[in-house]
Design a protein around this ligand. Structure first.
Ligand SMILES: *Cc1c(COP(=O)(O)O)cnc(C)c1O
Length: 426
């Protein structure tokens, strides 16, 4: 059986393997629900970007929010990556993982003054500014602390990324970025403000993008702006084209990182901008296909009606993996050990008390209680979006390389979940 996604997740005979580790063995050793990641898959996804950008002044900033485990960040830091962060919490994580602040860009529409101060103290490479009010605030914070904030403006190019509305960010009417028409004026304002040094321009049009055209449209709009802005005497050293490249969950056929970057470089060169430092902020495409969420089948609940639903109740739930409940996302669900016997069509659901708590609908599976299942392509926006809803401790995480597996996050215990809560005095 051929699986969508990474070759690092594949059947060997009847046994689902993550690199050289049987996934069911990981479940037995570390318990379930369990996030398991292939370090090889992360390395090869990153290498595709690095190869495509070889010989160019560039920085790949892994978007931490896709999967913020320290060992994942460490893996990318060691491989030469920078980081795209959206909070002081993520800043603390990348520093704890050994990243250099000089390779960190700070994105997000709602940076607080306290977060700005922390980022200035450690000396992040660049703030991606998303509004005029934020620009004024950063100037004030930088001036107070006697520091200079390097900035780029995140411009909203008003292009349709043709993805799910919740993960489309580059259209007018999204909360992200500065309107294209305002950009020249806001750069002029930035140039006049104390404590601010302009270093680049940035855009990010959405996530799970499976076509090259929206990127080329956004690039053209950005290059038009770069030319207009530089005509006013402002210099932009780098061009940050964001992240958003999609992955294969089922039958999507996104361009490879090499194809995407090849097309962008060609357009950049044709338009005479080949000297600029290029930055990318990929998240999902570096980690998504590298991970699986392993879960145990607790109960099968067949329907008596001929046309009724059969339920496969598993120990992972929407608090572990929110994507199906949140975006109606389709994720592959496969047995960790294939069994003989006719498949039955199940809705695969978790124990959380919500009808929206489902992981997959109408899935043909030959399973019994006690079997392990794997949700495929679960490495991005899985654990990083996990919650403690229903007072469920978050899953353990392991990193696999070859035949080795390391626990990279312990399973949360109930006592940890209410540590910090207080009973009222008697
Ligand atoms: C989320 C995000 C990314 C990463 O998006 P992916 O779709 O995971 O590649 C990059 N840049 C910014 C500003 C983001 O908010």
């Amino acid at each position: 059986m051929k699986l969508p996604g990474s070759p690092h997740v594949a059947y060997r005979g009847d046994v689902l393997m993550l690199e050289d580790c049987p996934v069911a063995d990981l479940a037995a050793r570390f318990g379930t629900p369990l996030y398991a990641y292939s370090q090889g898959a992360m390395h090869s996804a990153l290498a595709a970007y690095q190869r495509a950008l070889e010989g160019r002044d560039h920085l790949i900033c892994y978007a931490v929010k896709a999967n913020s485990n320290l060992a994942v960040l460490q893996t990318f830091a060691r491989a030469g990556c920078g980081f795209d962060i959206v909070s002081a919490g993520e800043l603390a994580r990348v520093l704890a993982a050994g990243a250099s602040p000089s390779k960190v860009v700070f994105s997000g529409v709602g940076k607080t003054r306290a977060e700005m101060r922390e980022a200035l103290d450690v000396g992040v490479m660049c703030f991606n500014i998303e509004s005029e009010a934020e620009l004024e605030a950063l100037s004030a914070v930088a001036s107070e602390t006697g520091r200079t904030a390097r900035i780029s403006l995140r411009v909203n190019p008003d292009v349709d990324a043709k993805t799910h509305p919740y993960i489309s960010t580059g259209l007018k009417g999204n909360k992200f970025g500065i309107a294209h028409e305002r950009a020249v004026a806001v750069y002029a304002r930035a140039a006049a403000l104390p404590g601010i040094e302009i270093v680049g321009i940035d855009c990010h049009i959405g996530s799970q993008i499976t076509e090259i055209d929206p990127y080329l449209d956004a690039l053209d709009r950005m290059l038009d702006l770069v030319e207009a802005i530089e005509a006013t005497g402002v210099t932009l050293h780098h061009l940050d084209l964001g992240g958003g490249l999609g992955i294969t969950y089922t039958d999507e056929q996104p361009p490879s990182a090499g194809e995407l970057i090849g097309a962008l470089l060609q357009r950049i060169d044709v338009r005479g901008h080949g000297h600029r430092k290029l930055m990318f902020e990929p998240g999902r495409s570096l980690v998504g296909n590298a991970g699986v969420l392993v879960t145990e089948v607790l109960y099968l609940k067949p329907s008596d009606d001929a046309d009724g639903k059969h339920f496969c109740i598993v120990d992972a739930a929407m608090n572990d993996m929110a994507r199906p409940a949140m975006y109606e996302a389709w994720m592959g669900i496969v047995p960790c050990r294939l069994r003989d016997g006719p498949p039955v069509t199940y809705d695969v659901v978790g124990p959380v008390c919500e009808s929206g708590d489902w992981l997959g609908r109408d899935r043909a599976l030959a399973v019994q209680a006690g079997d392990h299942l794997a949700l495929l392509s679960a490495g991005a926006y899985g654990m990083s979006m996990a919650s403690n809803y229903n007072t469920r401790g978050r899953a353990a995480e392991v990193m696999v390389s070859g035949g080795e597996a390391w626990l990279i996050r312990e399973r949360e215990t109930p006592a940890e979940l209410f540590r910090g809560e207080h009973l009222l005095p008697t």
